[in-house]
Structure formats: C-alpha cells, structure tokens
Design a protein. Structure first.
Length: 487
C-alpha cells in the first residue's frame, strides 16, 4: 500500500469492507483484509478489533492496537502512519516513547484488554518547535542555534537537537504550561553540509513534536582523522548478598571488546581513548555516569564514540534499568534509586557531541525469565530489546542489544558471553558460524555491516550449539560509519 496513511484519535480506526474475511467455525469474524493493504484481527466473542497490520510499499510493516500500542519493522515505517489531533498531524513515531510496545501488541492479539496501559487518545499534544534565523552558511566551527518552542497543550518538556541524524544535545529543563520559550544551544559543526533537526516533548514525555529542520554549510578546514573514544564496562560484582547475581563473564567480555577495539581500530583513527571499567568502584551508578559526562566534554564532532556494557538489566514499572555494581537489592524502589534508567542512559549518550555513536548492551536479566505474554503483562510491554529500539530510533544511535526480557542471554561460549563474542568476531572481520565477515572491499567494518553480522550470527549459534533461542535486537539508526579495519 502507499505511504502516508492517517488515523484520527477521534475515530475507531475501522476501515471499509475488506477484500477477505476469515470466519471461526461458529461463523464469527476472526480476521479481515482491506483493499488498502490493511489486515485486521478481531475478537470473535465481542466483535472488537484486536489489532491492525499495515503493509507499506517498501516492504516494511506496522502493527497497531486500537489503543495505539504498536510494533514496527523499521523506523521509516513509523513515519508512514499518521495520527491527527485537531488540525495537527504527527507520525506514529511521535508516540514511540510510550506506545512502541511489541509485547503489548502480542497481548492484544491474544485477547488481553490493554486499556489499563493507556491510550493515544488520552495523551496531551506536544509543543511546536521552530528554528529561528539560521544562516545558510558559516565559516566558524560552532553555531548558536535558537529554537522557539510553543506549548501545544501538553506543556513543554525535553528538547533534543540533532546533527546529521544523531542527537548531540538533550535539554531536560521543563517550561511552565501555556508558555512560549526561546532556547539557544551552541552546536558544533562539521566541514560541509550539516543537517540540523530539533524536537521537543510534552511535559509528560509521552509525545514528541514534529521536527524543525534546516541545513547549514560550514566552510571549515578539512578535519584530521578523529579519535575513537570508548567507554567499555564489565559489571560482574554487585553489592547484592546473593552470589547468584554475580556474572562470571562480564569482565572478560569487556576486556575482549577493549582489546578488539585497540587492535583493529588503531589504523582508522588518529588516537584511541578507551576507558576500560571493570573494578566495582569504577562501575557504580555515580562512577559510570561521571565517566559518560566526562566524555561529553572531550568527544568532538569529528570523533567516534562507542559505549559497551555487560551487566544485569531489569524492568521496573515499565522502565528498563541498567544494574550497576552498587546495587544491593532487586526491590523496585532500590533499583530506581541505585541503577541507571533507560531514559538517563539516553540523555547521557545524546549529549555526547559526536554524531557517530555505537552502543552495545549485553545485559542478562536479574529477574526470572518467564512466559513472554506473562512478562509483557508484568512489565507493561517493556523489555531490553524494546528499550534499545526506542533509544536507538529516538536519538539516532546504532544500538546492538543481547536479548529480550523473555530470553536468556547465553554465556560460556569460548569463555565469553555468546553475544559479546559474536560482536568481537564481527569487529575483527572474522567469518562467522552462519555468515561471512562484515568486511567491505577496503577491509573496513562499519556499523551497518556489524549490525547485520550480529543479527544473522547470534540466533543460529544459540539454536545449533545451545538448543536455545536468543534473538539480539539490532537498530542501525543515525549514521553508518567505520569502526575497525582488518587491513
């Protein structure tokens, strides 16, 4: 079907008579398909719609429930389906933070009521964002970018500024409801074309504005080869008194990634700045946050930044938390205070000024793994894979994550975690168990090739060698860029 479909928050999202209808043995409708390329699943007992599946011309798809919870195969698919609020139209991507929940879509298809988790209709509108008086060209390495942000009815919350598809500034300062505010930011520029984009959230951080965009050409001297900056953290020991929470391979995995970057990235960059954090004192919440804040001051716009962490992950009240070494309890209130939330981690990465950023998240789950539908109920549809997708698409960063909450991240493969071992093999340009090495004709491994390698290699290895399902989450948002070279 063509792109640009629109849904109204005042409608029931039903369509015209379908071109196919599937009936249950007692004559009740189970599914229908429309000539516009939309398929719908129905509850046979109540006659209510469970979910719609929309297929687009580029092969992508999007599944959405009547409440607005959705799953999408790609980020562009989220721009093909629109939501109208009065005279304002937003891509469904504007609702990603709260409504990208594949787990809840599965629950809805299984017949579970979802109203208790919320509805798009109840969300307040985001602000209107404008870029003010930007020049078309400059000859300075930094530009003051001024935004006019007008309350659209839901208050003014977080603001993000993007350079060439990746967030390099995140401002969490809120503004009073009903106000129009002006914000100015110093934005570093690259030699040549610089694509700028700015968005703002409502005060609830549930809906994002449409982006304000502009292009500025910077006439600067050619930049030298940049620096590869990396924060590589292996968190194997925790304050928790339960020895079962210790992770045997987190430290060796971090060491493997640091060694691999040191060996295979040196020829690509003028300098390597790799911070290996493997001691408990270096991997507390405060220490890890401070290390990332230090990177915000030192990483330049021409540099590359890599973040790797091996640890536990947990879900509390629908939010993903990275468990740091200071965590002593899985009790929800303690985790909220002692661990790093997905939103906090997003802000720390977003404020690193390099548009070229890669995050690799290898987290085992501290809570017991259960049935996928039960987990979706308990976690409001959030898991590590869902969080990784939201963060990647939200700030334009390539993110590789080990497994979803309803799967166990496998360990003890050649004295390492399976996922991290595969990532290291990909960075080293090695042929895999199921796929060829992600190396181009110049011997370069870039983020797109690495992501495809990890996605295609982990699952067959887990299935064939461990008789276990492990499907990594891979999102190649933002720029593609070289990370290592094998020549």
């Amino acid at each position: 079907m063509a792109s640009g479909r629109e849904l109204s928050t005042q409608s029931s999202w039903r369509t015209q008579l379908g071109w196919f209808v599937a009936f249950s043995p007692d004559g009740k409708v189970l599914a229908s398909g429309s000539a516009d390329g939309t398929a719908r699943a129905w509850d046979s007992s109540s006659g209510k719609e469970r979910a719609a599946l929309v297929a687009f011309d580029d092969g992508s798809f999007l599944a959405i429930t009547p409440e607005g919870f959705f799953n999408s195969s790609t980020a562009p698919a989220e721009e093909y389906l629109n939501v109208r609020i009065g005279d304002r139209v937003f891509g469904i991507a504007s609702y990603r933070e709260k409504f990208y929940r594949p787990g809840l879509v599965r629950l809805g298809l299984a017949g579970e009521p979802l109203a208790r988790f919320g509805s798009i209709e109840s969300e307040k509108a985001p602000p209107v964002v404008e870029l003010v008086d930007l020049p078309q060209s400059v000859s300075e390495p930094k530009l003051t970018v001024t935004l006019r942000v007008t309350d659209g009815g839901g208050g003014i919350g977080q603001v993000r500024v993007f350079l060439n598809g990746s967030a390099i500034i995140q401002d969490d300062a809120a503004a009073p409801s009903g106000d129009q505010v002006t914000r100015s930011y110093s934005v570093p520029l690259l030699n040549g074309a610089n694509a700028l984009r700015a968005v703002a959230f409502n005060a609830d951080h549930s809906v994002q504005s449409n982006g304000a965009t502009a292009s500025v050409t910077a006439n600067l001297p050619p930049a030298p080869r940049g620096t590869l900056h990396a924060v590589v953290a292996g968190i194997g020991e925790f304050r928790s008194p339960d020895p079962a929470n210790a992770l045997k391979y987190a430290v060796p995995d971090a060491q493997l990634i640091a060694d691999t970057l040191t060996t295979y990235s040196a020829k690509l960059f003028q300098k390597l700045d790799i911070k290996l954090l493997i001691k408990p004192g270096d991997t507390t919440r405060d220490s890890l946050i401070q290390t990332l804040k230090d990177m915000q001051k030192t990483v330049g716009v021409d540099d590359v930044f890599v973040f790797y962490v091996a640890s536990h992950g947990n879900i509390v009240d629908g939010e993903y938390y990275l468990v740091t070494s200071n965590v002593s309890s899985a009790e929800p209130e303690r985790l909220k205070a002692d661990a790093i939330s997905g939103q906090e981690l997003t802000g720390l990465l977003a404020n690193i000024h390099a548009p070229k950023k890669l995050a690799v998240i290898d987290t085992c789950h501290a809570q017991p793994v259960g049935d996928a539908l039960q987990d979706a109920q308990r976690t409001a549809g959030m898991n590590a894979g869902t969080d990784a997708t939201i963060r990647s698409r939200g700030i334009g960063v390539t993110v590789l994550a080990a497994a979803t909450t309803d799967q166990e991240a496998l360990e003890n493969y050649r004295n390492h975690g399976l996922f991290t071992y595969v990532v290291a093999q990909g960075l080293s340009g090695k042929d895999g168990f199921a796929v060829k090495a992600p190396v181009d004709n110049n011997g370069i491994v870039n983020t797109a090739g690495l992501a495809a390698y990890v996605q295609d290699e982990v699952s067959p290895l887990a299935s064939n060698l461990f008789q276990h399902d492990q499907n990594p989450t891979v999102n190649t948002s933002g720029q593609q860029f070289p990370v290592t070279t094998v020549k």
